[in-house]
Write a protein that binds this ligand. Structure first.
Ligand code: ZN
Length: 333
């Protein structure tokens, strides 16, 4: 058995403990209709030099979010092991089948990577990837960054996020790392449903964990891609892995821990937002109106803000269905 194999069927074609830059794959055997005895090849880069800490950087947890994959492809290409002290493990396309299909979830098993932790070593492809991250990659890491954006259906103001945690010291370490990432907004987050998230798995393993939401709509902008790259480099500097000054600009502290932040559509329709991302919102103000797509002459249904703050996220497509996330209003700290 190779020294870097695990009980999970995924094997790495690169070593984790040898100095230098190693580009290769996490190879997941997946015999299927279009590839008998085939494997899913998940690109990975490991940079190692000296005895410093380990950062685990991932994008493509959801396959239709691009800021993370762009920043991590750039870093994997540009980072020189001579410039680091420790180890950087880079997985730009965590859920490779989803990323290859340009989809949030995997076309192989329909699973949302960020809702299937702890995964399973003998489960479906997405479950196997989750299990491999939990039991093989996470234990090596001190600092963990998992990039997200809104994907095809949401758009966000660009923020890095840390979670409200039971352990105050761990929360403080995560908040410090989030502030070092230095996105234009820094978010203290309480998830709607934290069960099965990679975030939760990393936090329960005691890691310093930072997540992001940097844009959305199923693409990246010049600005959001720059924020992603600079943030990853800042985090490596904060961890002591990369030398140099953290590049800091103003970052507005926001949070969605209070009641009334999340706004779900209760009917379907065509969305007209009356505010744009980053605009200030007062409780009771109309955020959006939903027009009928079936007939004329019908008044729109208006969606009033349930709290005061700024518009931090919005539904991206022009049409919305009942139960979709319409908007998130974040409080300004
Ligand atoms: Zn995501």
């Amino acid at each position: 058995m190779a020294p870097y194999a695990s009980a999970n069927p995924i094997t790495s074609t690169v070593p984790f403990d040898r100095d230098g830059t190693h580009h290769g794959f996490l190879r997941l055997p997946c015999s299927r209709e279009d590839s008998a005895w085939g494997s899913i090849m998940i690109p990975i880069t490991v940079l190692h030099n000296g005895r410093g800490p380990t950062a685990l950087l991932s994008g493509g947890n959801h396959g239709d979010e691009y800021e993370g994959p762009l920043a991590l492809q750039g870093l994997a290409h540009d980072l020189d092991p001579a410039d680091i002290n420790g180890r950087v493990i880079i997985v730009p396309f965590m859920n490779m089948p989803a990323f290859a299909a340009g989809r949030r979830t995997s076309p192989l098993d329909g699973l949302n990577m960020n809702r299937c932790f702890p995964g399973s070593p003998d489960g479906s492809p997405t479950q196997k990837i989750a299990d491999y991250f939990l039991h093989t990659l996470l234990p090596m890491a001190n600092v963990v960054l998992d990039f997200h954006s809104g994907g095809k259906t949401l758009d966000f103001i660009p923020f890095a996020a840390a979670h409200v945690l039971d352990d105050a010291d761990q929360q403080a370490a995560c908040v410090a790392a989030m502030e070092a990432f230095n996105a234009p907004y820094s978010m203290l987050l309480r998830e709607i449903d934290a069960v099965g998230m990679y975030d939760t798995a990393a936090e329960e393993a005691g890691k310093v964990f930072v997540s992001t939401e940097l844009g959305g709509g199923g693409s990246a902008t010049a600005r959001s891609a720059r924020i992603a790259r600079r943030g990853a480099e800042n985090l490596l500097k904060h961890a002591g892995i990369l030398a140099g000054e953290i590049k800091r600009e103003n970052s507005l502290s926001i949070d969605t821990t209070g009641p009334g932040c999340f706004h779900l559509a209760e009917t379907g329709g065509m969305v007209e937002f009356l505010l744009d991302l980053g605009d200030t919102v007062s409780e009771g103000q109309t955020i959006a109106q939903l027009w009928s797509t079936e007939r004329t002459g019908v008044p729109p249904q208006t969606i009033a803000a349930r709290s005061t703050g700024i518009l931090a996220a919005r539904h991206f497509p022009g049409l919305i269905a009942a139960g979709d996330c319409l908007a998130v209003v974040a409080a300004v700290a």
